[in-house]
Design a protein around this ligand. Structure first.
Ligand code: C5P
Length: 236
């Protein structure tokens, strides 16, 4: 693992690899990790993952696997073969699916982190009721996070507002990875409930997924440095 353990994971949300590689040319792998999601992976594939890893960046492969246990475990093993640092699955795939994936990765000498998505933040109370979930989104987030930890996972993705309640209930080593982070004064873009980097870290977040405040900045390196300084202040 990166010895500096940077807390920022830069979301590489670009329509083409050239723009992503241009951004990475200006960033330092000691100062951030990067997230590769469905769009870039579907366009550019495993080769792009290997290209980014080749630049020294640790990668969160955000493909949110959700399938039968054997298929998800095999997909996680394939992602680990690419050398990624972190990957994720949907907790709603259930205990057997999560345990199978965790057990497969545990066979590796340096297993990547495996985290779960609980309830997508795009789903409101009426949406989860419509697909058959009882209780509020917040109740379901806490319940599925407990199931993820019990199934051997390393953490969950969660909204900044869920960090506090999850940190209170889950183990200290359980990773809380949160998007929806905006430095004070930055544009919220399409994020509706945002928290500053310092507040998210103070609430108990482990890693912050941040895209446009860095990727669309005039000076991405300076934006990242300012965010890292705020995080260092919150950790001190
Ligand atoms: O540009 P921005 O900082 O909003 O990017 C946040 C990243 O985190 C994007 O890749 C987005 O898809 C992802 N994400 C999110 N909210 C979630 C889950 C993932 O913003 N609930």
């Amino acid at each position: 693992m990166n010895s500096t353990d940077p807390r920022v994971i830069v979301a590489l949300d670009f329509p083409a690899t050239t723009a992503a590689m241009d951004l990475l040319s200006g960033l330092d792998p000691a100062q951030c990790r990067v997230k590769i999601g469905k769009e870039m992976f579907t366009r550019a594939g495993p080769q792009f993952v290997e290209q980014v890893a080749g630049r020294g960046f640790e990668i969160f492969l955000d493909l949110k696997y959700h399938d039968i246990p054997n298929t998800v475990a095999a997909a996680c093993a394939a992602a680990a073969d690419l050398g990624v640092w972190m990957m994720n699955v949907h907790a709603s795939g259930g205990r057997r699916m999560m345990s199978a994936a965790a057990a497969r990765l545990a066979q590796l000498s340096e297993p990547p982190l495996l985290i779960a998505v609980t309830i997508l933040t795009s789903l409101a109370a009426e949406d989860i009721a419509e697909v058959g979930y009882a209780g509020s989104p917040a109740d379901n987030v806490l319940r599925l996070a407990a199931l993820a930890e019990d199934s051997g996972l390393d953490g969950v993705v969660c909204s900044p507002l869920e960090v506090g309640p999850l940190r209170a209930e889950r183990g200290a080593g359980f990773k809380l990875v949160t998007p929806g982070v905006r430095p004070a004064g930055a544009a919220a873009d399409d994020q509706r409930r945002v928290m500053t980097p310092g507040d998210a870290i103070r609430a108990g977040a482990s890693y912050l997924v941040i895209g446009r405040p860095i990727t669309a900045a005039v000076d991405p390196l300076a934006s990242l440095a300012a965010i890292n300084a705020e995080i260092a202040g919150a950790l001190a």
